[in-house]
Design a protein around this ligand. Structure first.
Ligand SMILES: [Ca+2]
Length: 377
């Protein structure tokens, strides 16, 4: 794809894309109507003010990613235009087939799945196999996927789809932000064409990988900084709330009581990981389901309480890179200038760039998750 369109070409592309988007909308609405075997879902969506929403899910499955993908694919309010895989919890050689496994488990091989970045923009990849199992799915061996990824590179696919549906596609990143940053770098105009990014990442209350940084931002702080500097409205669903989403034994049993194959697959992943943690003396008796909270909040905004912040991503600190620093009010201010070095310490006007999730209705989320995974397709 050309990234060097002149203005006339760009307008032409946008006009064509808007027409395609309109037709796509009509097709989607038709498909939406046809796919509604659960009559109550449409009413619920309408009553809750939740319209059909186009999303691209960027992900590094990852056990909690698997839950998020399943929840999204079980939710007719979401029109999943693509799933893009990125290196993170485990390398791309695993996250990509794991994403394909998820679309097969959910019977949604109609969704394009693309492979993306094999590592961060400028840093070496750090994974989290210790928390997700060596295969990224808690050690559960699902069959190798028969479905192939699309040939298009993830960042290119994101650019093409956003141009196709300008103003319509919510980006839902659940891993390091490398693919999103690459898309923005190759097509900066995307910043005006993406209505919002709702992401799992960051924290205003300490990290889970270093005392400062949450894993996704720790892995690729430069990508996170690019995204937060992009001007796209961001909703940050970070550890402040996701670490209240504890999949306890009681909740896991509720999940296991469901009889359909999607719920069973999710429960197998969680049970296997929980057993592994128990054997290795892991102190907590639950799993944190970080990523599916993002999807839950898209489906039911009342699950989260959001507050305006200006969030800046630390990229230079030896001990703090990837920290998301939230300014609640007043001007944000950088470090004091070093003596003898002409560094800027000027304050900037306070402009929130982000809504940060600060409270969560935990029972409401689990009711949604368990019922959605458990219902027949
Ligand atoms: Ca993830």
């Amino acid at each position: 794809m050309s990234d060097k369109l002149d203005r006339r070409q760009f307008v032409s592309v946008c006009s064509t894309a808007m027409m395609a988007g309109l037709l796509g909308n009509l097709a989607a609405k038709k498909a939406w109507g046809q796919s509604q075997t659960h009559a109550g879902a449409t009413k619920t969506a309408a009553a809750g003010g939740v319209a059909l929403r186009r999303v691209i899910i960027d992900t590094d499955p990852g056990t909690d990613d698997a839950f998020a993908l399943m929840l999204a694919m079980r939710s007719p309010e979401l029109k999943i235009e693509a799933i893009t895989a990125v290196a993170g919890n485990v390398p791309l050689e695993l996250t990509l087939p794991n994403a394909l496994r998820m679309v097969e488990i959910c019977g949604r091989t109609d969704i394009p799945v693309a492979g993306g970045a094999t590592g961060p923009l400028i840093r070496k990849l750090v994974t989290a196999a210790y928390a997700h199992g060596e295969n990224g799915l808690g050690g559960v061996e699902f069959p190798a996927p028969k479905t192939k990824p699309v040939a298009e590179y993830a960042a290119d696919l994101i650019v093409r789809l956003v141009r196709q549906y300008p103003g319509e596609i919510t980006l839902v990143p659940l891993g390091p932000l490398t693919n999103i940053a690459l898309a923005l770098r190759s097509a900066p105009e995307l910043a005006q064409m993406v209505p919002q990014i709702v992401l799992m990442g960051g924290s205003l209350s300490g990290g889970n990988t270093t005392p400062s940084a949450e894993f996704n931002f720790y892995v690729d702080p430069e990508a996170a900084a690019m995204v937060f500097d992009s001007g796209i409205p961001i909703t940050m669903v970070g550890l402040d709330v996701t670490h209240k989403i504890e999949l306890t034994e009681e909740r896991l049993r509720r999940l296991e009581a469901n009889t359909n194959s999607v719920s069973k697959a999710a429960a197998r992943i969680a049970r296997s990981l929980m057993e592994t943690f128990k054997k290795s003396g892991y102190p907590e008796e639950w799993l944190y389901l970080n990523d599916p909270l993002v999807v839950g909040a898209l489906l039911d905004p009342a699950i989260l309480t959001l507050e305006d912040y200006r969030v800046e991503i630390e990229t230079r600190g030896t001990f703090t890179a990837g920290e998301s620093v939230g300014f609640k009010k007043h001007s944000d201010r950088v470090s004091a200038p070093l003596q003898g070095i002409d560094t800027a310490s000027a304050t900037k006007d306070f402009h929130p760039n982000c809504k940060v999730a600060t409270e969560v209705d935990v029972p409401r989320f689990f009711d949604l998750l368990i019922s959605r995974l458990g219902r027949e397709a």
